[in-house]
Design a protein around this ligand. Sequence first.
Ligand code: NAP
Ligand code: ZN
Length: 336
Amino acid sequence: MPLMNAVQIAQPGADLVMVQKEIPEPREREVLIKVEACGVCHGDATARRGQFPGLAYPRVPGHEVVGIVAACGPAVTRWKTGARVGVGWSGGYCMTCDACAEGDHEHCHDSLVTGLSVDGGYAEYMVARASALVSIPNELSSVDAAPLLCAGATTFSALKQSGATGGETVAIHGIGGLGHLAIQYANRLGFRTVALSRGREKESLALKLGAHVYIDTEASDAAKELQALGGARVILCTAPHMKAISALIGGLGTGGELIIVAAANEPLQFFAVQLFRGALSIKGWAGERPADAIDFSLRFNVMPMIETFPLKRAAEAFDKMMAAKVHFRSVLTMGS
Ligand SMILES: NC(=O)c1ccc[n+]([C@@H]2O[C@H](COP(=O)([O-])OP(=O)(O)OC[C@H]3O[C@@H](n4cnc5c(N)ncnc54)[C@H](OP(=O)(O)O)[C@@H]3O)[C@@H](O)[C@H]2O)c1
Ligand SMILES: [Zn+2]
């Protein structure tokens, strides 16, 4: 059997290690993808931490995958060899259960999560269900497209479904892979865009990306600063630190929403009465519909800022992301 390079986690808490594995073969409704680029998302830390339904080891992480279809299973009709495709968090639906037969994929009995319940894109090849694929337009390079599949899809959909309308104040908390795209989306959607980050290191880049106001959360009370701007209609929280998120509730204006996409293994801390003033709400949001984010990004010139790393340096790319030192998304490439 032919072999490929892949970076995997052998067991919970283990390091990312490059190994040689057999190139997987696509089954009935799957395609084999020759991976060209894979973003390194903070969500990949879940593959290392463990405790996710269906997560077994060894596991190859990576759910911002772009590549070329190299082979198709016998039941795949929509995709052809040579097509450039992307795969995000959603590893697709089984297409055989009762829910799928009725077109109700949300209730599929066997939906997959890329890089967690099945191997992902930190590898030269991966298999994916055909139902998980989106087409990548020619205008987008693979390294630029990859972050849109999760970071872009999550933040674009979170802002779009929020109650904010043009001219209202939208704050983005945390400027990493998700946050730097969220700033651009908020700007292009017509919101008065406020970037919240620790220190001043990211200030000039945040303003360049489209933030109208920058707040250093270490030097000032961000909630007070937001109130001085009239209160935020939305605060989109991408920084995985629940204490820092809890402290932002006071920055919401009337009817304001705290939308949390960040995941951290700790509880939020707030008093319910904090929500009474101005009928505030808190909600969680998980990414969806990468094709919409790709389409919008191309139309309105939203592009990720990336640092590329060859696959063999995946561990370094991951550590740099975890230390919030990347400007702003690490993307793995398969060349040397
Ligand atoms: N809901 C979903 O569907 C979904 C999808 C993808 C990712 N996620 C989650 O979203 C979060 C962000 O992902 P990402 O890939 O954007 O991560 P990232 O690139 O590591 O960026 C996170 C940013 O949060 C800030 N931050 C990090 N640690 C912090 C701390 N201890 N206190 C305060 N701020 C901190 C940093 O920004 P500053 O330096 O600007 O402070 C950092 O750049 C993660 O929790 C990830 O698991 C959720
Ligand atoms: Zn992600």
